[in-house]
Design a protein around this ligand. Sequence first.
Ligand SMILES: NC(=O)c1ccc[n+]([C@@H]2O[C@H](COP(=O)([O-])OP(=O)(O)OC[C@H]3O[C@@H](n4cnc5c(N)ncnc54)[C@H](O)[C@@H]3O)[C@@H](O)[C@H]2O)c1
Length: 369
Amino acid sequence: MSKPVFWLRCEKKEFERRSALTPTTAKKLVDTGFEIFVERDDQRIFDDKEFEKVGCKLVENNTWPSAPEDIPIIGLKELPESEEPLPHTHIQFAHCYKRQAGWSKVLSRFHRGGGTLYDLEFLTDASGRRVAAFGYHAGFAGAAAGALAFAAQKEGKQLGRLEPYGNEEAMVAAVKAELGGSGKGVKALVMGALGRCGRGAVDLLRKIGLDENDILKWDLAETAKGGPFSEILDVDIFVNCIYLSSQIPSFITRETITAAGKERRLSVVVDVSCDTTNPFNPIPIYDINTTFSKPTVVVDGLGSEVPPLFVVSIDHLPTLLPREASEQFSEDLLPSLLEFPARKTARVWTEAEKLFQEKLGEAVKAEGL
Ligand SMILES: NC(=O)c1ccc[n+]([C@@H]2O[C@H](COP(=O)([O-])OP(=O)(O)OC[C@H]3O[C@@H](n4cnc5c(N)ncnc54)[C@H](O)[C@@H]3O)[C@@H](O)[C@H]2O)c1
């Protein structure tokens, strides 16, 4: 029987340094009998040589379209826009199942090519929970960005451009330095603290030196009474990490912020959840996503009598920690990848394929094919 194979393609999305396979997980696949082709990619946080060293075969950048059609292509983010039919099996985030802009065009490429999409966002375990997600490092990096914005604000400045960090330690050290050596004395509230993003945010706040009592950890039990919550106005940094699934009362509003007057402690809101354009956004005080080049936006409409309030609303936070975020994601994905040769019977893959066929049907209808 021939060996199972994966082809790790390059990423073409700007600033994307993360990778769906890492040298660590590629090695584990190779050790269990997989053959792994890896496209050379300068953009990827891992050197090509790291993959070569663990037994992967390097191939040229962006050559997956000419790979044999029976080799599954694994990547992370969307493919560049194109009309080209897709005959391969692709494992990636495609962002086309929730009717995002251009969704039916993306799926129609699979229809025309006869290929299959296994969308990483929809690989779930038996209880419906995603097998792999980037939440932890989103929360970790989001809390770091919040602490940096807080430090800048104390100096009367607005946070400047953020660049990816080599690793967690470097990020923690940089944040501590900006805070004058430690975050001790800073107070924060993490909403959704029991989730993936929330746990990451709490860990960063601990690592930069906040006292345990100064990290308020809220989840469903604490918000059951219904917002808005004055407790949020009494911390320096509010990190929102909830998974919003229905309409809930706002956590804070422009009115509650204004009413708190000059004595308000809250300086920075980090909206990791980033439900920016969702009509049920429980933080209805801003309406744009911020970026690495301009990480904060000031809340308008508060009046000149009260201190400024900044929001960080970056929707690709794990990119700030590409190495660790990739390692953790890929490690979580690995058990499913090991099952891929049995994808016609392994639940995680049969379910993902069923969903793909459903969405493909909708796209074929929408495109009138
Ligand atoms: N900004 C980014 O770069 C980025 C990256 C990854 C994920 N996210 C987003 O972060 C959000 C959270 O993701 P996750 O993987 O951590 O989800 P998760 O399901 O692991 O955790 C969500 C947590 O929120 C809690 N929660 C839900 N509703 C609540 C409420 N009303 N009050 C208090 N707590 C509540 C849940 O109990 C849970 O503990 C998602 O919207 C996700 O899309 C953003």
